[in-house]
Write a protein that binds this ligand. Sequence first.
Ligand SMILES: [Zn+2]
Length: 67
Amino acid sequence: MAIEVTGGVLVNERGTVVTYRQKCEKCGYVYDYNKTTIVPAYSTRSARNFTCPECGNYQEVSMRHYK
Ligand SMILES: [Zn+2]
């Protein structure tokens, strides 16, 4: 299985535990610290949305588990 991340970059995945960094899809800004969340198998999880400190874009964050 693999994880597709919207509004973030995948750092690591171990089963359903996903480590990622928030990323602004508009300007490409990436936070310099990791966040971890659980993504249930074969489903989509919304993570915490954020406002980009660089360009002010309101970025939605979600993760999708797929085969
Ligand atoms: Zn931005």
